[in-house]
Design a protein around this ligand. Structure first.
Ligand code: PHE
Length: 456
């Protein structure tokens, strides 16, 4: 086998993997889920899901990737020739590509809001407007923008262009270099925002809601939501971690890396809680639902509008959001690029073009489905929501279950053990526990979420 490209440093490898995990899921989905599911009760279950299930499944994906040094489908093919297991990888690749097509649209929105914050256009609100009017204004601005026929397309196309540029530069000069620069920036911005949020008048009430657990709020639905959020946030079941682990050096400690990545991803989610809950409690927005895009495109602008230097804070926040979205789109894109490059034995350049050019069409469809094409409905949803539901609620958990079953039951036990031991050079005390979770706990629990989602 030709020697495959590897990440240049441990920091770079962690930055890239954390970059994939940290995304819109941490920044707006997590606070929204926490608000809807009883605050601290949700946080507690979420932490449990990350450590008990998320980390072992992440280790499983790492082992598959590093052990085969192949793409997400190739990993299954190599380990189980003449079987159909490669379909699991293909499903993950397809899911990640569908997610990419609509994630790119939202990434475009973050770019537009960043731009509108810089120019100040976002805060062009009639003098002396009351807070109700401010809320209505931002709601209106968002609605008008995302349903427009061509404005969101410009930003989406710009994001596809940036992705193409970075992916074409390759794993080290593109993905790793970008992550090494962007992830520290992201953490710096988050800490700055968390510090500012602590100075808000009702910060402590907000924190109390987020941090004081009320165990009576823990129900099966909350548990299902926490597990779903953990898998989405850690980018599991999408072939991403298999693909990135294909670039890990042979001495990378897989368990340690999974713990580090998951802990940093969790830290970002918790920091977002430290920012959002004090902010909404302090500015009279606690009653607003944080669900969906309104949290970042309506509620937070309302907060910024009440701060001095609104445009500056707003620009910094949307920069943070853009960075989080970009590192995630890059990882989603890399899954398909690696697959095309490997499977069709082509150059990286060509693979990048094959993967990203169709997005100009697919992402346009997703974008237009918010406005001019909103009448096209599949199972009662517009194109955007349909793809989101299909990929994140169905394909992703199915791929995650099959990945666990494959590694737990269909590959020789030795394979995982050797990967955890780095070929016998380190001890792997966690092996029995990880194997147990991959064989039993994870597939059963993920199947439960899947059923809960399907049955509504
Ligand atoms: N894990 C990312 C997040 O938290 C989302 C993501 C989903 C990234 C799917 C890649 C693929 O937002």
């Amino acid at each position: 086998m030709a020697k495959k490209i590897q990440f240049g440093s441990r920091i770079g490898l962690i930055a890239a993997t954390v970059g994939s995990a940290v995304g819109l899921g941490n920044i707006w989905r997590f606070p929204a889920e926490a608000q809807a599911n009883g605050g601290a009760a949700f946080l507690l279950l979420y932490v449990a899901c990350v450590f008990l299930l998320g980390i072992p499944v992440m280790v499983a994906e790492f082992a598959l990737g590093r052990g085969t040094r192949s793409d997400a489908a190739g990993a299954f093919r190599i380990l189980s020739q003449r079987s159909r297991w490669w379909i699991t990888g293909a499903l993950a690749i397809l899911a990640s590509y569908l997610i990419l097509s609509f994630y790119m649209v939202v990434a475009g929105w973050t770019l537009e809001y960043f731009w509108q914050s810089l120019t100040g256009a976002l805060y062009d609100i009639p003098e002396g407007a009351s807070s109700d009017t401010a809320s209505a204004t931002f709601q209106h601005k968002m609605g008008e923008y995302i349903t427009d026929s061509w404005r969101p397309l410009i930003a989406t196309f710009a994001m596809i262009g940036i992705n193409l540029f970075i992916l074409m530069r390759g794993v080290r000069k593109g993905i790793e270099k970008m992550s090494n620069f962007m992830m520290p920036l992201l953490f710096l911005l988050l800490v700055a925002f968390a510090c500012v949020a602590m100075t808000f008048p009702n910060a402590s009430e907000g924190l109390a809601f987020f941090l004081k657990p009320d165990f009576s709020k823990i129900t099966p639905t909350v548990a299902v939501n926490a597990l779903g959020q953990a898998f989405f946030s850690l980018s599991l079941g999408m072939g991403i971690l298999i693909t990135y682990a294909g670039y890990f050096p042979k001495d990378t400690r897989l368990v340690k890396t999974a713990v580090t990545v998951s802990a940093l991803d969790l830290l970002v989610a918790v920091l977002m809680g430290f920012i959002i809950f004090p902010a909404v409690m302090s500015f009279g927005l606690a009653g607003e639902s944080l669900q969906g895009a309104t949290l970042v495109f309506v509620t937070l602008p309302e907060v910024f509008a009440q701060l001095p230097a609104s445009s500056l804070w707003s620009a910094l926040f949307f920069l943070l959001l853009m960075v989080a979205a970009l590192t995630s789109t890059i990882s989603l894109g890399e899954v398909s690029v690696a697959f095309v490059q490997e499977h069709f034995k082509t150059t990286r350049r060509k693979a990048c073009l094959w993967v990203l050019l169709p997005l100009f069409f697919l992402s346009s469809l997703c974008s237009l489905s918010q406005g001019p094409l909103s009448h096209i409905s599949i199972l009662g949803m517009n194109i955007f929501d349909f793809l989101d539901n299909m990929a994140t609620n169905i394909m992703l958990p199915v791929a995650a279950i099959l990945t666990c079953v494959f590694l737990g039951w269909a590959t020789p036990r030795d394979f995982l053990k050797k990967q955890l031991e780095n070929g016998g050079t380190i001890a792997a005390k966690s092996f029995p526990l990880i194997l147990f979770i991959i064989r039993f706990a994870a597939p059963v629990l993920i199947a439960l979420i899947l059923m809960a989602k399907i049955l509504g």
